[in-house]
Design a protein around this ligand. Structure first.
Ligand SMILES: *Cc1c(COP(=O)(O)O)cnc(C)c1O
Length: 403
């Protein structure tokens, strides 16, 4: 089969399975109200949970006067500016870690951290529903990777004991999302921390002398959302940096910009600077962007935004529950409605769009077969009226389709 035939047949299969993915071009700044292909839509699909993507533009313009556009090189060559450095310090302080390291994206942070830490012979245990970048990072690392059933910590414990029983001298890395990106539910970070600590096996009989495992949490959807100060999953669960030694946050979701960071001990960050290939072999973010992110970090600290967000989440869940819509077990801004068939999910998404609401249909392979869903995301920037209007549209569509 020629390359061209391979491409054509893959594309054809995508179409036939109703899994064709398509980009929609927006002509306005990102926000709750967007202009999309000539239509004005209320946006319920961004990750801009605090409404900060549409702020910070003035900061960026000012920073560009100072820094101009490009960083010119990777951080280790000559691309590391004072702006990057200050943002790292501010992110470390806000998340409560000794040090932080900027990456260009969350995808690259996960690839870089996992492949630098885990080596051939090591073991990676991760949640079945972890983000694609975590699965890809594990593959890149050459460690053996096992996925435990979603949020099934008895299964994780079993796997940890199995590796202890083998008397392996190699290391174990445990990785989980905090808020799962397609389900919206929250990992139990306390339980993860406890399972990873060595002390856990000492209050059992027949202890296998389990070695501590290293815990890494990807807090892409939790940073800025969880904790009274928006410090993320560690603040929400009141864990020490030692209990959650590898923390990944992104700048592209609640912080409303672009980029990512890893926070941890001095040794961890020093190690990543030396060995994380997706940190070393890539151009640093534009320094003006790093500078402008400092402004959004200040905005993110305002707890009124999180209170507003929580009110919208409660409003949506209460209303959807009254309507008997297929809500999932989530208290986060990610509120999926489980539809099942990819086809139906697409039809409903299209009907919502005709009524002026943008809600994306998420289909396999992003979610398991038969679990297509409408991924409603809420923002502090939504008004109560906008959430109410979405609920009314869903009520009408439910009548027509029997959701
Ligand atoms: C979005 C996301 C990422 C990737 O972050 P980017 O900065 O968009 O590359 C990583 N992990 C999770 C859980 C995410 O939701």
């Amino acid at each position: 089969m020629s390359w061209n035939q391979r491409l054509e047949s893959a594309l054809q299969a995508r179409r036939e399975q109703h899994l064709w993915r398509q980009r929609h071009t927006i002509d306005s700044p990102q926000g709750v109200l967007v202009r999309v292909e000539g239509q004005s839509l209320i946006n319920f699909c961004s990750n801009d949970y605090l409404g900060l993507a549409s702020q910070g533009g003035d900061d960026l313009a000012r920073a560009a006067q100072t820094w101009q556009l490009g960083s010119g090189a990777s951080h280790l060559v000559c691309g590391h500016s004072r702006a990057h450095h200050e943002l790292e310090d501010a992110l470390a302080a806000h998340t409560g870690y000794p040090k932080a390291l900027l990456f260009s994206t969350g995808y690259m942070a996960n690839l870089g951290v996992i492949s630098a830490l885990a080596q051939r012979g090591d073991r990676i245990l991760q949640d079945k529903l972890n983000h694609a970048s975590l699965l890809d990072g594990a593959q890149l690392s050459r460690a053996t990777s096992t996925r435990y059933r979603h949020q099934d910590y008895a299964h994780l414990e079993q796997l940890l004991e199995d590796s202890a029983a083998q008397g392996s001298s190699n290391e174990t890395l445990v990785i989980s999302d905090s808020i799962f990106s397609m389900d919206g539910d929250l990992a139990d970070a306390s339980q993860l921390a406890q399972l990873c600590s060595a002390s856990q096996s000492s209050h059992r009989q027949n202890s296998n002398h389990q070695k501590p495992a290293l815990l890494m949490i990807d807090d892409a959807h939790g940073f800025g959302v969880l904790g009274d100060h928006g410090g993320g999953v560690r603040e929400a669960f009141n864990l020490t940096p030692e209990q959650l030694p590898v923390y990944v946050g992104t700048l592209g979701k609640a912080l409303g910009g672009c980029g990512a960071f890893v926070a941890g001990s001095e040794a961890l960050i020093d190690y990543l600077v030396q060995f994380a290939r997706s940190y070393i072999y890539t151009t640093a973010l534009p320094p003006a962007l790093a500078d402008a992110m400092l402004g959004n970090l200040e905005r993110l600290k305002n707890n009124a935004l999180r209170q507003q967000l929580r009110q919208r989440i409660a409003q949506f869940r209460f209303g959807a529950n009254e309507l008997g819509l297929p809500l999932m077990a989530s208290n986060s801004p990610i509120q999926p409605l489980l539809i099942g068939s990819s086809d139906t999910a697409m039809v409903i998404s299209e009907e919502l769009r005709q009524r002026g609401f943008w809600v994306s249909a998420i289909r396999p392979p992003t979610v398991p077969q038969g679990q297509a869903r409408l991924r409603v995301t809420l923002s502090a920037a939504h008004s109560a009226e906008q959430v109410e209007a979405l609920l009314q549209a869903l009520a009408v569509i439910k009548q027509a389709h029997g959701l």
